[in-house]
Design a protein around this ligand. Structure first.
Ligand code: GLV
Length: 339
């Protein structure tokens, strides 16, 4: 029986098959294990189902030499040193697809909330400031007819574009590669980054975090945005230079920001972004619906068990590991056949 670590409590839909397949070591706390606790948890395990909060680096992998698969409960895997895993023959799996629509719903909710100043409206009522209807209170920004700039036109970016179409928005996008199918199907227009930033009323980020996208939006890029523009980030916090964003929000050189992800995470309550009236911050919950978290748990468990069973998982980040495995199994068979 394999030993399988799960680094946080996840929906039963994912835990059940793992319990049936092996010895399950479930991290019991609500808060994530620290580096040492994570190494202790993974030591001697064949598979690990991990979270975005777990840093999976070479040192950790060396502390868990029997590990064959790291299956992350997420689509993003910037917290995992994939080359280090590949070098050790460890498969890295993720959960794309199942969270696309929920994440796009969340990004669009942030856009709507920021544009129409919904959190400020809630505070206004709660604080007893609503003393009469007013022609000038909480004036926001129209969504219909506005220009949306989508940076990163992958699955989630395209799902956001579909929602924007329903709201009658004009859609610009920027991506590593032009996507003519997306242009045709979504009515989106490709734009160089600077042009998109200069034109969009709403800029929404849907890129993976890597060396190229870290601080993709810094002081220079924020400076190109319109004064009325709102920045939405449901990708990864470090895609935006936080200090530059605080400066822009304070100076009013952009109108607002709506963030599902921040740098750092979690954001301390004393952080300026928490107190700024033109910033909305929610705690990295874009895929957090009952149905989607069930699907993520199911897929992460399927990924993990498939690798342990020598089958091909629904989604693997470093398929070369499996090809190598199959290659060495085939050559082992040949050796045996030849012997
Ligand atoms: C969550 O942030 C994910 O990458 O799925």
């Amino acid at each position: 029986m394999p030993t399988i670590a799960v680094t946080r409590k996840i929906p039963e839909a994912g835990l059940r098959p793992l319990r049936e397949a092996g010895d399950l070591r479930l991290w019991p706390d609500d808060l994530p294990p620290d580096t040492e606790q994570l190494a202790d948890l993974l030591r001697g395990c064949d598979g690990a189902l991990t979270m975005v909060t777990d840093r999976i680096d070479a040192a950790l992998l060396d502390a868990a030499p029997s590990l064959r698969v790291v299956s992350t409960f997420a689509v993003g895997y910037d917290n995992i040193d994939v080359p280090a895993a590949t070098a050790r023959g460890i498969a890295v799996c993720n959960t794309p697809g199942v969270l696309t629509e929920s994440t796009a719903d969340a990004a669009f909710s942030l856009l709507l909330a920021a544009a129409r100043r919904i959190p400020e409206g809630i505070d206004y009522v709660r604080n007893g400031e609503w003393r009469a209807w007013s022609p000038m209170v909480l004036l926001g920004h129209d969504i219909h007819g506005a220009t949306l700039g989508i940076i990163g036109m992958g699955r989630i970016g395209q799902a956001v574009a579909r929602r924007a179409r329903g709201f009658g928005m004009r859609i610009l996008y920027h991506n590593r590669r032009r996507d003519r199918d997306a242009e045709r199907e979504l009515g989106a227009t490709y734009a160089p980054l600077d042009e998109l930033l200069g034109e969009a009323d709403f800029v929404t980020l849907h890129v993976a975090l890597n060396a190229e996208t870290r601080h993709l939006i810094g002081a220079r890029e924020l400076g190109l945005m319109r004064r009325e523009a709102i920045l939405i980030n449901a990708a990864r916090g470090p895609v935006v230079d936080t200090d530059a964003l605080v400066t822009a929000l304070r100076a009013g050189t952009i109108a607002g920001a709506a963030l599902d992800v921040t740098d750092p995470e979690p954001l301390p309550t004393a952080h300026p972004l928490v107190g700024l009236p033109n910033a909305i911050v929610v705690p990295h919950t874009a895929s957090s619906t009952i149905a989607t978290r069930d699907k993520m748990a199911t897929m992460a468990a399927q990924n993990l068990l498939a690798v342990l069973n020598g089958e091909s998982p629904p989604s693997i980040v470093n398929p070369a590991v499996l090809e190598r495995d199959q290659g060495s199994r085939a050559s082992g068979m040949n050796e045996r056949a030849g012997a």
